[in-house]
Design a protein around this ligand. Structure first.
Ligand SMILES: N[C@@H](CCC[C@H](N)C(=O)O)C(=O)O
Length: 272
């Protein structure tokens, strides 16, 4: 099987063309290929599928084999892959995801793709949408997990996210492992620890459901900015520093725009 190894700010993926719909058991394939020692190594696999709703469909499976409805860094890589492989040679692509159609704008200069902007859609705070078992919206809610107190804000940004503000030095990203499984979240949650630098700049480290600590999380960066803006800590245009790079997030009319890089690391062939 041919594959392309890609990353967005260090959040890495194995991208596979499955337009012919030949692959079975993608869960098992993802855990095998993503293994850092016995496989190619990645935070997830992304499959290119045919769509009846958009130009194309993206399917993302986490390193542990669990399916995710959306992936912010992954969808930028997906858009670059479509462009580089001449699968969809357009600078505006309608991509079907588990969270509906997302529009990718490819920012091209001199025939070279510089970065990708994704319209990530609107955030959702309603508990049943996240999903969360809370009877009210989870905004700056005090909880105690693993003998530590946190103030959490939870929302759906394509996938469930929980945001904790504070100084990054006061957290170990592994604390996210316990919050991920907190009893308020029946499907788990991604966890973002966020330090405010100014109203226009933050630092984020993310513990991802299904992948653990990653170098970046696109949906998590969007969720962090939305949570900060809701709490009046942040403006509407924010530079997000993640361990693997920088993302630009903008809120416009309750829609979230994410801009960032997408890179090919290498290509290869493997047996499945
Ligand atoms: N890395 C992603 C999010 C991938 C999905 C997540 N692990 C989940 O299961 O919710 C991103 O860049 O958004």
């Amino acid at each position: 099987m041919y594959f392309t190894k890609m990353h967005g700010c260090g959040n890495d993926f194995i991208v596979i063309n499955d337009l012919e719909n030949k692959l079975n058991n993608l869960s098992e394939l993802a855990s095998k290929l993503c293994h850092r020692n016995f496989g190619i190594g990645a935070d997830g696999i992304i499959c290119v599928k045919r769509s009846s709703l958009g130009d194309i469909r993206m399917e993302i499976i986490n390193a542990d084999g669990s399916y995710a409805a959306m992936c912010g860094n992954g969808i930028r890589c997906f858009a670059k892959y479509l462009w580089e492989k001449d699968i969809v040679k357009k600078d505006k692509i309608n991509i079907e995801t588990g969270d509906g159609i997302k529009i990718a704008h490819l920012n091209i200069n001199n025939n070279k793709l510089e970065n990708v902007t994704i319209n990530m859609g609107s955030p959702e705070f309603e508990p049943d949408k996240i999903p969360s078992l809370s009877s009210e919206k989870v905004i700056d809610k005090a909880i105690e997990v693993g003998n530590k107190k946190y103030n959490i804000t939870s929302l759906l940004m394509g996938v469930p996210h929980t945001v904790v503000f504070g100084k990054l030095n006061d957290f170990n990203v592994e604390e996210g492992k316990v919050i991920e499984k907190y009893n308020l979240f029946p499907q788990g949650t991604n966890v973002n620890f966020v330090e405010i630098v100014s109203r226009e700049e933050i630092r984020v480290m993310t513990w991802e459901r299904g992948a653990g600590a990653t170098m970046a999380c696109g949906t998590g960066s969007c969720a962090s900015v939305v949570a900060g803006n809701t709490l009046n800590l942040l403006g509407e245009k924010v530079k997000v520093h993640v361990p693997g790079g920088i993302l630009q997030i903008e809120i416009q009319d309750n829609k979230v725009l994410m801009t960032g890089s997408a890179e090919i690391s290498f290509e290869g062939v493997c047996e499945i």
